[in-house]
Design a protein around this ligand. Structure first.
Ligand SMILES: Cc1ncc(COP(=O)(O)O)c(C=O)c1O
Length: 393
């Protein structure tokens, strides 16, 4: 076996500044660190009944939320498998790498994907959704797949405009929205925006470790799922919603993660939406101020669509972004997000989401700036001061 290179310990907290998994607050870690309980006992039912009500708040919905022991990818598959008949048609928009992966899930499930191409540098053009749906005179398209926060490029799309586009086309397609990196980092209004299924995961704005996937489901989607002819078992909302009525699951749930979720929701509620979103916006703005000052290029080209969770940054072509990230990790104990898909080696990403504050982001930006200098990237020094000025403004 090839010997692993020796890694010496770097003292102090590791800076985990990838765009998810994000840092988990100590209170949440302590909540998870409890004796496991009987998932068919009364204590578990009490937890679940409270939690399934409490979680509606974060999605801004009055409707049902299904919680899976899964990653976000599972929650993508769950949404499609409950709503689209075998071989059915869906419409999807190429916001970036994650939209692409979701498309792959749909195709491997045997669905026909009507794909709207884009360049990964801006969000959804709702006009193109309206056009595609207007052409679908027989209403063969059953669902529109839209990514709200595209974590690969730091672009957030306007979901209300997508809803309006579907309505203007007079089309009955369901609206499925990936909120994996936007939930609890940016305003997301499930009911007000008429979304049928939101797909989420625990490891980003919800400040939990990876391991839970979510579907927030409209009444319309619940009705459609009852008639849906797809073969499904583990993901089937019907069985889960039925068991949830009495506080249980049709399988062994991730009970300790649910303890953590309960605590994380308490912390988010204590902060409140207004503070939560303004904190994320301010930290994102500070990061962009540093990027601009360094003279580097933000992948997102539309200032109305900058994500509050992530900033994706191009390096000049002669530099490899993964080598930069590796150097920063080894020297400063800071993890940054890699470039995904066609951005591999060209882009690195700063995550500014979850349980972080101004000093966490300034420390991160200091690590990035020192790494850029170490790596010989021609930048204008002083990006951290530009970020500080945004925070103090
Ligand atoms: C926007 C988005 N959607 C979906 C996923 C997939 O989630 P998971 O990796 O938990 O399966 C991710 C993961 O980072 C994501 O950022």
């Amino acid at each position: 076996m090839k010997a692993m290179p020796e890694r010496t310990r770097i003292p102090g907290r590791h800076f985990l500044q990838i765009p998810g998994p994000s840092n988990v607050p100590d209170e949440v870690l302590r909540a998870i660190d409890q004796p496991t309980i009987d998932h068919r006992g009364p204590e578990f039912a009490e937890l679940t009944l409270g939690l399934l009500e409490k979680i509606k708040w974060v999605f801004q919905t009055e409707s049902k939320v299904v919680v899976y022991p899964s990653s976000g990818t599972g929650a993508w598959e769950a949404a499609l498998s409950n709503l689209v008949d075998p071989g059915g048609k869906v419409l999807a928009y190429e916001t970036g790498h994650f939209a692409n992966l979701w498309r792959g899930v749909a195709e491997r499930m045997g669905l026909e994907v009507n794909w709207i191409e884009s360049d990964w540098r801006s969000g959804i053009d709702a006009g193109k959704i309206e056009e595609a749906l207007s052409e679908d005179k027989d209403h063969e398209i059953k669902a529109v797949m839209a990514v709200h926060g595209e974590t690969s490029n730091g672009v957030n799309s306007n979901i209300l405009k997508v809803r309006e586009a579907i309505d203007s086309a007079g089309h009955p397609a369901l609206l499925l929205v990936d909120v994996v990196s936007s939930l609890a980092t940016a305003d997301y209004r499930h009911d007000a925006w008429g979304v049928d299924v939101a797909i989420a995961a625990s490891q980003k704005g919800l400040m939990l470790p990876p391991g839970l996937g979510f579907n927030a489901i409209s009444q319309k989607a619940i009705l459609v799922s009852k008639e849906c002819q797809s073969n499904r078992s583990y993901w089937d909302w019907r069985k889960i919603l039925e068991s949830n009525e009495t506080g249980y699951y049709p399988y062994t749930p991730a009970s300790n993660m649910l303890f953590g979720l309960d605590k994380a929701l308490d912390l988010l509620q204590q902060e409140g939406f207004s503070n939560l979103f303004s904190r994320h916006n301010q930290l994102a703005e500070a990061t962009r101020a540093a990027v601009d000052h360094w003279g580097l290029e933000n992948v997102c080209t539309n200032k109305d669509e900058f994500a509050a969770s992530t900033t994706a940054i191009y390096l000049p072509e002669e530099f490899n972004a993964d080598k930069l990230r590796q150097g920063i990790l080894e020297k400063y104990n800071l993890s940054l997000g890699t470039g995904l898909g066609k951005f591999k080696g060209r882009v690195f990403r700063v995550g500014h989401l979850g349980d972080i504050n101004a000093l966490t982001v300034l420390g991160t930006l200091a690590g990035v700036e020192m790494g850029l200098v170490d790596f010989g990237v021609p930048i204008k020094k002083g990006g951290v001061e530009a970020a500080m000025a945004k925070i103090q403004a």
